[in-house]
Ligand binder design. Sequence first.
Ligand code: MTE
Ligand code: MO
Length: 560
Amino acid sequence: MAGVYGPPAGSATNPPGRRLRTPGVNREEVKRLAPAAAACGLLAGAAALGAAEAAASLLRPQAGPLAAVGAAFVDLTPRWLKEFAIRTFGEADKLVLLAGLGAGVAAVAALAGLLAPRRPRTALAVISGLGLLAAVAALSRPAAAPLDALPSLVAAVAGAVALTLLRRTVAGPGRPSPRPPGAREHRVPPAPGPEQPSVPAPSAAATGRRAFLRAGATTLAFAAISGGAGRALTAARDAAASGARLVLPRPARPAPALPVGADLRIPGLTPFTTPSANFYRVDTALVVPRVPHADWRLRVTGLVDRPVELTFQEVLARPLVERDITLTCVSNEVGGPYAGNARWLGADLAALLREAGVQAGADQILSRSADGWTCGTPIETVLDGRDALLAVGMNGGALPPEHGFPARMIVPGLYGYVSATKWVTEIKLTRFADERSYWTRRGWADHAPIKTASRIDVPKAFARVPAGRTAVAGVAWAQRRGVAAVEVRVDDGPWRPARLAPSAGPDTWRQWRLDWDATAGSHRLEVRATDTTGDTQTPDRVPPFPDGSTGRHSLVVTVV
Ligand SMILES: Nc1nc2c(c(=O)[nH]1)N[C@H]1C(S)=C(S)[C@@H](COP(=O)(O)O)O[C@H]1N2
Ligand SMILES: [Mo]
């Protein structure tokens, strides 16, 4: 039978009668068929991913092969590469990783396609091997269930089946028996036999091409429909599981009213309260964990007198506390964007721990998320009277899925990786000496109070500023201690005090402003903050690892 580009022709490299690994396919032909063969591989890969997407949508989206391999990759990534990714791609790092994985799968699938004409078994092993690898990755996730292997196994089978069917339309099912010698030398169809219709038969080349196109289109449609249906189902489930329509109880202890002028409302200046949609997001989750609040449970375990298990309703039934708290990521570079201030609503975490009965010797709260991430928080930071929360609300609504719905921890004064577990499902009292957490296992500090920082938001770096009086403005934070002063200097001149917006408490950032008489030319602006203990930010630049960056933010502008 014919291949996509016509019937195979005999050649000097493959004289009739000489056996190749797969009879009926020779080298030159393999070369000629390469584009079609690679396309078969790509289509088979698409079919595999589509089928897997559908299967994962019925189980858990995190169990999909790309998500599982990506998540395993994130956990295995060495620190330098992770830091490079965050520096280079910022919050797009997850997208970049998924795109890279997709490209990798496409390359391997194309390779399988290319192998298929001559080494069909190897080709099948390659394409289903990808699926098996993903199944292992899915099973190795910290929160894995045995069924999580299923989407990847479905992918392996779908990929193999699709490749087998497609391959036949390219190389022709001329196996297992070789054609009679000479048969493939026919460049024109053989004369119609008695059983052939009397109308002129289409050329074998055209028939083959049509068979290939039909099989290709069918595979593509299968991939698109299964993938699309999977996506749609996942989206529908996500919407149903989100708290978008939840109405939370009013706080028993509302946040104090914001002082008038806490927000200086200068164009370009970060607003005092960061809208949830603009709040920075940092986590290891490639696929946002979706935890329906009706199914959610929080267990308080470990070194406690009375283990506790709470439902979402039981959390809502507790007296809720509302507080404005600025959250900061340890990975934030000097002048960086990973800080945000929100109005959080939640249960008093210290009261919850006291109810469970903290046993002597416990010094760490090891919290765990639905996706198996862990976080170690010093117990004394939660029990010392600060507003540590088991938060269920953010800025007047339920937590957005990206920020930890249905519940997360918020502990003022500590970087997020040691305090702010999203999608939290377990709080275990333990000892730092006995158990480590996700990031401390990777060398980051056990104890990580937030360092004093300040940032210039206005003007932007390299901006062209009109000469004359202009506002220099930004934010500064020193959670727990509070910001006492911010100073700015121009071109290493004298430090000049900025005007601070009124304080909303020690746990929130403060906006500041300085009016500057800008003169033509290039100028460097530099900022430093002093906390209420009298400590001023050091000029010594250190990178985020292992317990947060230091140094002063500065930028250059051109005054025209
Ligand atoms: N489950 C889970 N919670 C997590 C993380 C994570 O990777 N997984 N990252 C932490 C880090 S490093 C920070 S800075 C904060 C960020 O919270 P946000 O994304 O709501 O801003 O979440 C913390 N909570
Ligand atoms: Mo972080």
